[in-house]
Design a protein around this ligand. Structure first.
Ligand code: SIN
Ligand code: FE2
Length: 206
């Protein structure tokens, strides 16, 4: 029986949602995604400061960031090719967990090396906040931080390990969240170490 932890209203954590063999199969799927849509280094709007994570996407739309701003687009920013399709296991995870009747349109793939972090931010480049954000973690455990919908509200931290799923939706859909640090060496899933996070999102209103 799958453990479902309601961390706070609108925030749900399923530790070990993906079994070890499913995690390994998903890593193989993501190698193919990365072959077709190579990881790129996103940059902060205006300043052009590079992020410490590298990104790619799969699905109809991908999230990108550079001097021109944050946005979703159907094409890879470097190659101009469409994003590869989402692996079937991701559509299944959304169906299982999202409690939302329409499919996800975007899957952002973030790769964190041991020193990477992600500052507190809101996911708000989507037109549809009725759909939740569903995330899956692979590889090294991350110390994830999530708070309220106002910057400066109280935050809590939780560890996201390989195979875990996390959802934020409803009153937590616009909660500030980020990654404080990666616990290097905590998983053997990725031979070179590091962490992959997949974020499934609905972008447009159905
Ligand atoms: C994100 O907010 O884009 C990523 C969160 C995570 O890596 O778990
Ligand atoms: Fe986010």
């Amino acid at each position: 029986m799958m453990t479902r932890l309601v961390v706070a209203p609108g925030i749900v954590h399923w530790p070990g949602y993906l079994a070890p063999d499913e995690q390994a199969a998903l890593v193989a799927d993501l190698r193919e995604v990365a072959r077709l849509a190579p990881f790129f280094q996103p940059r902060m709007p205006k300043t052009g400061t590079p992020f410490s994570v590298r990104m790619t996407n799969c699905g109809a739309l991908g999230w990108v960031s550079d001097e021109a701003g944050y946005r979703y687009q159907p094409l890879h920013p470097a190659s101009g090719a469409p994003w590869p399709p989402m692996p079937a296991v991701l559509a299944r995870a959304w169906k299982d967990l999202a409690a939302y009747p329409h499919p996800p349109q975007a899957c952002l793939v973030n790769f964190y090396e041991a020193s990477a972090k992600m500052g507190l931010h809101q996911d708000r480049d989507e037109q549809d906040f009725d759909a939740p954000v569903v995330s899956l973690s692979l590889g090294d455990t991350a110390v994830f931080r999530i708070g309220g919908t106002q910057r400066g509200a109280k935050t809590m931290s939780l560890k996201l390990a390989s195979g875990d799923a996390l959802l934020f939706g409803g009153e937590a859909r616009l909660a500030y969240h980020g990654i404080d640090r990666i616990l290097a060496g905590s998983s053997a899933l990725l031979p070179q170490g590091g962490r992959i996070n997949l974020t499934l999102r609905r972008v447009t209103k159905p």
